[in-house]
Design a protein around this ligand. Structure first.
Ligand code: MEV
Length: 434
């Protein structure tokens, strides 16, 4: 199939059947028959492949793969594959992306993909003298680091710098931490940076006379930041009951709450990660690494705070910004091994790890907007209850048009329960589940 990638503003996409949606996305992204079969669960990760990925495999665990629509990032349209078990996330982020699109879409930027590797040096008589000894052989260390992964150096990556961080007061006494900065290009880079750290350790021991203990990357990848920004015209945010200006104020107040209070920030940031994790999982990336880096970055001032910022500009528009460390790759890891992740990457159509990082922060910003817009207006339970009712209707045996009729009846009655859903299915001529 040839790629027909056009606008991601797919009106009424959610109302289509699963088969229609899969066909539409297939056409949009130029997916072939095997890709389509993979999406629909007819092909995809098999037990033999799974057995090669981790240890003690006894099976495969499936999750829904959805597509978020309406994303316009730096003038380019994206459909965003998301793997997540929680209802409302895909719908919410698509709605937020539509609002952001009305203000011109996301504007993003990112650093070069530079990872930090940490080498822990102990048993030196003076950590400052040891720091000087390490810096004295900096050029040799960087040269040695470059020999670890010639593919990355050939692609223009490689060692970028060395930092020394004496830690005087730790439970194990003074120690010197050496940071190796290494551009890993389109890889997530864990293996490359860990290999390089292990390779440098003996040279560091020799130069300092100390003992190296840990040699491992830092997930606080703050040399690898990505930023997304957006503007939403206030009128886009108006609801039946509230003016656009009221909603802007409510969202800015919601942000202020998260900025000031770690209890709220944890939930606010969970909303950001709802979206980012889902894309990370869909693309076969390490979402735990993303989570670790994002939360550590949110606490960088010593006070755990909101990952996003929201404010009103002089014209009354709502403006938002999200900057986070994003260590993800488009090569290596499960991205190129897991059959469904490969299809997700085709749908996303990103050309580099930096582009993927910029998509991720755009999704995080939009997901956060979806949550705080709902919270500052109707509350999130209204949308959740509708989805919950839908799940009840399906579990009660409804299919096709009957699902919506059962949902509408339960919402009207304010009784969203499995037993009531079963009665309604029966009354409306369907066959209720046992
Ligand atoms: C639920 O998964 C996420 C939210 O709680 C986020 C938030 O409160 O901002 C809705």
């Amino acid at each position: 199939m040839t790629e027909k990638r056009g606008t991601s503003r797919l009106t009424g996409f959610y109302k289509r059947t699963l088969a229609e949606r899969a066909a539409l996305v297939g056409q949009w992204a130029g997916l072939d028959t095997l890709d389509q079969a993979t999406l629909l669960g007819m092909a995809g990760l098999n037990a033999t492949q799974a057995d090669q990925m981790i240890e003690n495999v006894i099976g495969i665990y499936a999750l829904p793969l959805g597509v978020a629509t309406n994303f316009l990032i730096n003038g380019r349209d994206y459909l965003i594959p998301m793997v997540v078990e929680e209802p409302s996330i895909v719908a919410g982020v698509s709605l937020a992306a539509r609002l952001i699109r009305a203000g011109g879409g996301f504007v993003t930027s990112s650093d070069d993909p530079v990872m930090i590797g940490q080498i822990q040096v102990l048993d030196v008589p003076d950590v400052y003298i040891a720091a000087g000894q390490v810096m004295a052989i900096k050029d040799r260390l960087l040269e040695e680091a470059n020999c670890c992964d010639l593919t990355i150096t050939n692609l223009g990556g490689g060692a970028r710098g060395l930092e020394v961080r004496p830690l005087l007061d730790t439970p194990a006494g003074p120690m010197l931490i050496v940071h190796l900065l290494l551009d890993v290009r389109d890889a997530m880079g864990a293996n490359t940076i860990n290999t390089a750290c292990e390779k440098l350790a003996p040279m560091i021991e020799e130069a300092t006379g100390g003992r190296v203990n840990l040699r491992i990357l830092s997930n606080l990848a703050d040399h690898r930041l990505a930023t997304a920004e957006c503007i939403i015209p206030a009128d886009q945010l108006a609801t039946e009951d509230l003016s656009g200006a009221d909603v802007v104020r409510g969202i800015v107040e919601a942000y202020a709450f998260a900025a000031a209070d770690p209890y709220r920030a944890a939930t606010h940031n969970k909303g950001v990660m709802n979206g980012m994790d889902a894309v990370c999982i869909a693309t076969g990336n390490d979402w735990r690494a993303l989570e670790a880096g994002a939360h550590a970055y949110a606490a960088r001032s010593g006070h755990y705070t909101s990952m996003t910022q929201w404010w009103a500009d002089d014209e009354g528009n709502l403006r938002g910004k999200l900057t986070l460390p994003v260590a993800v790759g488009t090569v290596g890891g499960a991205t190129r091994v897991h059959p469904t992740a490969k299809v997700a990457m085709k749908i996303l159509g990103v050309q580099s790890a930096r582009e993927l990082a910029e998509v991720l922060v755009s999704v995080g910003l939009a997901q956060n907007l979806a949550a705080i817009r709902a919270l500052a207006t109707t509350g999130i339970q209204a949308g959740h209850m509708r989805l919950h009712a839908r799940q009840m209707a399906v579990a009660a045996g409804a299919s096709g048009d009957l699902i919506q009729r059962v949902v509408d009846a339960m919402i009207a009655e304010g009784a969203i329960r499995l037993d009531r859903a079963r009665e309604l299915v029966q009354q409306m001529g369907g066959r209720a589940s046992e």
